[in-house]
Write a protein that binds this ligand. Sequence first.
Ligand SMILES: NC(=O)c1ccc[n+]([C@@H]2O[C@H](COP(=O)([O-])OP(=O)(O)OC[C@H]3O[C@@H](n4cnc5c(N)ncnc54)[C@H](OP(=O)(O)O)[C@@H]3O)[C@@H](O)[C@H]2O)c1
Ligand SMILES: *[C@@H]1O[C@H](CO)[C@@H](O)[C@H](O)[C@H]1NC(C)=O
Ligand SMILES: *[C@@H]1O[C@H](CO)[C@@H](O)[C@H](O)[C@H]1NC(C)=O
Ligand SMILES: *[C@@H]1O[C@H](CO)[C@@H](O)[C@H](O)[C@H]1NC(C)=O
Length: 375
Amino acid sequence: MSSKVVHVAIIGAGGVGKCFINQLSAFAAKSSVTLKTILLSRSKTALVSRDYSGINLSTWESDFASSAVATPAFPAETLDFLKSAPGPVILVDNTSNESVAAAYPQFLNAGIHIVTPNKKGFSSGIQLWNDIFAAAKNGGNPNGGYVFHEASCGAGLPVISTIKELVETGDVIKKIEGVFSGTMSFLFNNYAPLDGKGTMGFADAVKFAKDEGYTEPDPRDDLNGADVARKLTILARLSGLQVEDITKFPIQSLVPADLESAKDGDEYLAKLPGHKSNDDIAEKKAAAEAQGGVIRYVGSIDFSAGSEVVDKVSVGLRTFDKTSPIAGLQGADNIISITTERYNKTPLVIQGAGAGGDVTAMGVLGDLIKVLQRI
Ligand SMILES: NC(=O)c1ccc[n+]([C@@H]2O[C@H](COP(=O)([O-])OP(=O)(O)OC[C@H]3O[C@@H](n4cnc5c(N)ncnc54)[C@H](OP(=O)(O)O)[C@@H]3O)[C@@H](O)[C@H]2O)c1
Ligand SMILES: *[C@@H]1O[C@H](CO)[C@@H](O)[C@H](O)[C@H]1NC(C)=O
Ligand SMILES: *[C@@H]1O[C@H](CO)[C@@H](O)[C@H](O)[C@H]1NC(C)=O
Ligand SMILES: *[C@@H]1O[C@H](CO)[C@@H](O)[C@H](O)[C@H]1NC(C)=O
């Protein structure tokens, strides 16, 4: 008797690590379901198993390197190929591409399941969010595919599933606060350490974070706060707050206005030393120190504050007492503190590595397993 077959299509199969595919192969070897990877694509080239027999995952890297097959046009050709598969299909979107995310509703409507670490689908305009969940089985469409995006906030940390479960079981979220960016965590844990001995200037701390591999190739992509704002948007929506998009609440960018136009990350890094914005940050650090605290770059949603999104959601620098768990974070870790009606006196706290190939891939594979358990 042959076991159930599920097809997997991975778009965005480039990047540094091979973590997801390695974890997938190990999982497939012991799973009672037969998993066949039928598409592995980067933006230009792909491996495509036209006959749906499956790509050999033990040789995918060299096969990919020598592949001259053009990536199927997206979304139309990709959708047609996946729709014709002889069984269920799970699409793994491993890009950070907004137009890929914009097509989720079409895939879900066709019964294709989606698992992804890509924040774009869930943190762009609220219309896309509504369209995605209207098309999804776990949103209201009985014929739709499932969609899960655990790794879109905090990588493998169980942030999204925890908030969903709190809300579904009738708890009420009062406040979510934390460090949502591995880059910002590393930066401020070094720039303003708990022992008060931070000797690096802000520009040096940014350069150190970049050299240690903790920033995007252009550090401004982390320092402008947009990544944190996207994650907060996702958590706010899950908690019942209708955030239209990331322009609807204050985001403190750490990129000075006149360096936004620097042509690339290198020019920005070259011009940052000696910039007066460093003095402003140093003043905030000193003021925090004087009152026994440290500065940290955090995101916060306070449901009791004001009546509008603009009052409740914010992203930026804040001072924390040295005894607070947010101040005591290590390395590039994330921490998310959730206060609810039930977790009232002491918040529920989730802490650990919030970025990196292996933990991100784990979040995605965990979602894939959730789909398998449901179909
Ligand atoms: N939540 C977290 O803590 C966390 C941590 C790490 C990563 N992530 C997320 O994980 C995802 C992957 O990260 P990344 O840095 O590797 O993203 P990325 O820089 O966008 O690269 C991913 C790949 O997507 C490919 N790609 C883009 N558009 C495509 C298309 N239409 N069809 C096929 N391939 C396409 C690119 O191909 P080429 O190579 O050909 O350019 C690239 O290989 C992102 O969404 C990121 O935000 C989340
Ligand atoms: C998916 O994205 C993660 C995080 O950027 C990356 O480490 C991993 O290599 C990607 N997976 C594949 C199959 O490219
Ligand atoms: C996959 O490739 C490996 C290494 O070449 C080979 O030993 C194995 O038989 C292949 N598996 C299939 C199913 O073709
Ligand atoms: C995003 O995907 C679209 C559709 O495939 C593609 O045309 C575009 O080049 C991609 N953008 C990036 C930055 O990879």
